[in-house]
Design a protein around this ligand. Structure first.
Ligand code: M6R
Length: 598
């Protein structure tokens, strides 16, 4: 979702800001802009569409040494140059970029700015004009005026502000939306995540809610409620090559290919004394609870469903899984000693964060599984376990999903009794999965052919399965629909006949996942039912359950771990179907990587 980058130093600002915005592209956006200042004169460039268009529209003859940039994912108002950030105040004195949503902007506009004609429909334009209004009315400095406006705002924000009358300064503020300060020698930066600044520095300071920052090229001052905050910087552990596509045409394909390596890294990171384990304090906290609640969105929610299976099967702990946006406003009846697990690749998802705010108010213990150390969810929960998937850039989550399921299996295993551990070596079984993934990935050309055969002219498609295979069907369907725009349902195979089978027509593609012995025959019966109604069926079947009529054979792995494997052909199918349709695989329409609004 929206991304912010700001730079103040001695170098030319435009290339630094534009590179930062390119690194934020993965979050999803529909327009972008930069504002740069040369000798107290500001220049604004905004474009709808890709950063490449903004690069082409930017004037590089300007020797600007500071500026702010933004990628916008529309919330208030359509994608347009008027609504793109940076926004300027009615008097052009102030320029602002914003990530988040201001809930009371209409009210503020009516109260203070009824005389002002605004250019677009955004909440941000109201805020920047409000800063100008108070600076004029009260004869306040930029900082006084900005801080006063912050006190009037309800909602979420990360802001970066430039005032034409306060040269060589960038102001920033944060509440509920992520923001970091990047520290350099003779320069400083402000950015939504470390990727936007990693081409300049590895040193970052996390900002917390309610903090206000004044940046010059030589200094960073962080304050909250009038008190100066001292906070150590940390070194971002991002390998620059992780951020490049290399020879891959799209990040999604690279990230699918990385999955075997991710699994091996997770095994290494969680091995202690030759056994997969989790830190003792996390283990004890979970073991003293009577019920686990997993909270997540999208793909992470689908991983949570598999996690419930692991926690109940391996560790015998009753577990519920909740969609974060539902949990916050319709919480279930909660038992006496609950423990909450948040799953979020980005660690910034606003729906999950809102649920965590509630959990913290209720004083319940929580653990976050995330790919991003120091992310908001990680900071605000009691414990964090990292996914170690490496930066995931494509909007469609792939390697984070398998990492989430792998870490959940390790948590459940660590909480299980010795009898399970004696009978089942999870580390060995996971390593078999990683080898099996390689074998599937090496057959990607076959899956490319499936994509052409089954999905070329498809308007609708189904993934079906039972038990764990049903849970994977949900994720497989999300993958296909979110990037190819083919309407796809993931369905419990046995449930189709209770209504949804009415949608099966001649040539409707139905993909079936079969990895579980006890349900394979029933699921095959369901395939016959859809076939009889004209469906074009394709099966992804575990080797030992396969027949000569199956289309794609998965190497045999532990039945518990099959979701980590059976999702891979579906990810590739989604990738190739989208490629064939000619859409941008990594940046599907209307979607953002980091969904920072509720
Ligand atoms: O960063 P998170 O894991 O919290 O994100 C949750 C969802 O927004 C995310 O999984 C989304 O569903 C992806 N587009 C799926 O590919």
């Amino acid at each position: 979702m929206c991304g912010i980058v700001g730079y103040i130093g001695n170098e030319q600002a435009q290339p630094i800001l534009l590179t930062g915005l390119e690194k934020l592209e993965y979050r999803g956006y529909d327009s972008a802009g930069i504002y740069v200042v040369e000798h107290q004169k500001g220049y604004l460039f905004k474009e709808v569409g890709r950063i490449q268009q903004l690069k082409e529209a930017t004037d590089y003859s300007i020797c600007a040494t500071y500026g702010i940039g933004h990628t916008r994912w529309a919330t208030h108002g359509v994608p347009s140059t008027q609504n793109a950030h940076p926004h300027q105040s009615f008097d052009k004195r102030f320029t602002l970029v914003h990530n988040g949503v201001i809930e009371n902007y209409q009210e503020l506009k009516e109260t203070y700015l009824s005389h002002v004609v605004l250019q677009g429909q955004t909440d941000t334009e109201v805020i920047v004009s409000l800063i100008a209004y108070f600076a004029q009315e009260k004869q306040w400095s930029a900082k006084q005026s900005f801080q006063y406006v912050l006190s009037l705002i309800h909602g979420s924000y990360a802001f970066a502000l430039i005032d034409n009358q306060t040269p060589d300064v960038i102001y920033a503020a944060k509440h509920k939306s992520p923001l970091l300060v990047g520290i350099g020698s003779q320069f400083n930066m402000v950015c939504s995540d470390a990727m936007a600044g990693i081409h300049q520095t590895r040193q970052f300071i996390e900002l917390h809610d309610g903090e206000f920052v004044t940046l010059t090229k030589a200094d960073v001052s962080i304050e909250k409620d009038g008190h100066i905050i001292q906070r150590q910087s940390y070194t971002a552990q991002i390998d620059a090559s992780d951020l490049e596509k290399g020879t891959y045409p799209f990040y999604m394909l690279k990230e699918i290919d990385e999955q075997p390596a991710v699994l091996r890294r997770i095994i290494k990171e969680y091995t202690k004394d030759n056994q997969l384990d989790i830190p003792n304090d996390v283990k004890q906290a979970i073991l003293t609870s009577d019920r686990i609640h997993i909270i997540a969105c999208g793909t992470s929610y689908h991983a949570g469903l598999v996690g419930k299976y692991y926690l109940e099967t391996f560790a015998h702990i009753p577990t519920e899984v909740h969609i974060a946006s539902e949990f916050s406003y319709h919480p279930p009846l909660i038992s006496g000693k609950p423990f909450f697990i948040f799953i979020s690749q980005s660690g910034e998802t606003a729906d999950s964060r809102q649920a965590l705010v509630k959990i913290n108010e209720w004083n319940y213990p929580s653990l976050t599984l995330t790919n991003v150390n120091g992310s908001t969810l990680s900071r605000e929960s009691n414990y964090t376990l990292l996914l170690h998937a490496g930066p995931e850039i494509a909007v469609a989550s792939t390697k984070a999903y398998i990492a989430q399921m792998a870490v959940l299996s390790i948590i459940a295993y660590a909480l299980s009794h010795d009898t399970l551990k004696d009978a089942f070596n999870l580390s060995y079984e996971l390593s078999l999965v990683s080898n099996a993934m390689e074998s599937i990935i090496s057959q990607k050309d076959d899956i490319h052919i499936f994509a052409k055969t089954y999905l070329k002219d498809a308007k609708h498609a189904f993934f079906i399965g039972r038990g764990l295979d049903y849970l994977v069907s949900l994720e497989a369907a999300l993958k296909l629909k979110e990037i190819s725009y083919i309407q796809t349902e993931g369905f419990a195979a046995g449930e189709l006949k209770h209504g949804t089978i009415a949608l099966i027509e001649q040539n409707t593609p139905v993909f079936t996942i079969i990895t579980q012995d006890e349900t394979s025959l029933n699921t095959r019966g369901n395939i016959q039912e859809v076939k009889a109604r004209g469906a074009k069926t394709c099966t992804f079947v575990m080797g030992k359950l396969a027949t000569k009529d199956d289309q794609f054979i998965l190497p045999d792995v532990s039945k518990y771990l099959s979701p980590l494997l059976s999702i891979v052909p579906s990810q590739l199918l989604a990738y190739y179907a989208t490629l064939e349709l000619g859409y941008d695989v990594d940046k599907p329409r209307n979607l953002a990587k980091s969904v920072t609004v509720e």
